[in-house]
Design a binder for this molecule. Structure first.
Ligand code: STX
Length: 316
């Protein structure tokens, strides 16, 4: 991972009350006078880790990392009430203002790309650039691919473990079958299901599977938060007005400098979505690289760092 910058020193750490009982964990690294960038994590519900800062030159960027509602160290942990895409978009504005930032770069992969696009669609004047990876447009076809049929055919071994907690008669709609168990009264069942859900996604995200990286997905606490927030979003069509809504918003942010980095062998968010976005938004650079889904896959990491190095020069 020599392509990444060294770990950054922390500049500041905040707890930000955004209303509805939600408090967000936000921290900053890099240079206080650097170009501001906000890092949007995946899931939803995945949380950020300090390593996400390593995609930025610490001398040129002020990196803002935040755990979205219910995720990571934000509280209430795993909270599903008042937790929608539009709440997360609103939180970005609250955070931006609280930090005294007029406009910022936006960096996000997977669900982080979804949220970046939703934010740019509604607040295009606040976005200096967009660096998007492993594109997820939250369309029904993408959710179906990941949790019903598609990825199942590439990873039949991991899939067997994913469907194991659900009785055969309910496997025709796995997202809803999981949702009822993740939000049900039986704590032990909810934990078993959360781990199966979380491990499924963790098992298929890298071009070369790394057993060590799976450990986090297997932790009870992480799995409960990650699975329940993801499932909550996906049974609600990620709170978009209609399927494919993001693709219809491109005119709002077409002018924003952007790069789309996509792994050819991404089985979590297959390249169809990045391709559809590229077709709708040819102005954005498009890089289809030999990699899977994970931002740590070497070709993805290299492309992301090239992009952030380039965007650092954009005037605020
Ligand atoms: N969700 C894909 C996603 O955003 C459909 C995602 N997958 N794994 C992650 O995010 C983490 C690495 C952040 C846990």
């Amino acid at each position: 991972m020599a392509v990444l910058y060294d770990a950054h020193d922390e500049l500041a750490r905040h707890r930000l009350s955004v209303g509805d009982g939600h408090d967000l964990h936000v921290f900053e690294t890099g240079a206080a006078d650097g170009a501001p960038v906000v890092v949007l994590h995946g899931g939803p519900g995945g949380g950020v880790s300090p390593g996400y800062a390593r995609y930025f030159d610490p001398e040129r960027y002020r990196v803002v990392l935040m755990d979205q509602r219910g995720a990571g160290a934000s509280t209430p942990s795993g909270g599903l009430e008042h937790n929608t895409t539009w709440d997360l978009v609103g939180d970005l504005e609250i955070a931006r203002e609280a930090l005294g930032i007029e406009r910022w770069h936006v960096f996000g992969g997977s669900w982080g790309s979804t949220l970046a696009l939703a934010y740019a669609a509604t607040h295009p004047d606040r976005v200096l650039s967009m660096c998007l990876r492993g594109i997820f447009l939250a369309r029904a076809r993408e959710v179906r691919w990941l949790y019903q049929f598609g990825a199942s055919e590439v990873y039949p071994d991991a899939w067997e473990r994913f469907i194991a907690p659900i009785p055969e008669g309910e496997r025709g709609d796995l997202v809803h079958a999981y949702h009822s168990r993740l939000t049900g009264d039986d704590d032990a069942v909810a934990t078993t299901c959360a781990k199966a859900w979380s491990v499924w996604e963790g098992s298929i995200s890298k071009l070369r599977q790394d057993p060590a990286a799976l450990a986090r997905f297997e932790e009870d606490a992480f799995a409960r938060v990650f699975a329940s927030i993801e499932c909550h979003y996906f049974v609600n069509d990620s709170f978009f007005p209609h399927d494919g809504w993001l693709l219809d918003q491109v005119d709002a942010f077409r002018h924003v400098p952007a790069v789309i980095v996509q792994g050819r062998y991404d089985t979590v968010c297959p390249p169809r979505s990045a391709w559809d976005l590229h077709r709708a938004w040819p102005e954005a650079s498009f890089e289809l690289v030999h990699a899977g889904h994970s931002m740590t896959d070497p070709a993805i990491a290299a492309a992301l760092v090239r992009a952030t190095d380039r965007f650092a020069a954009i005037a605020r």
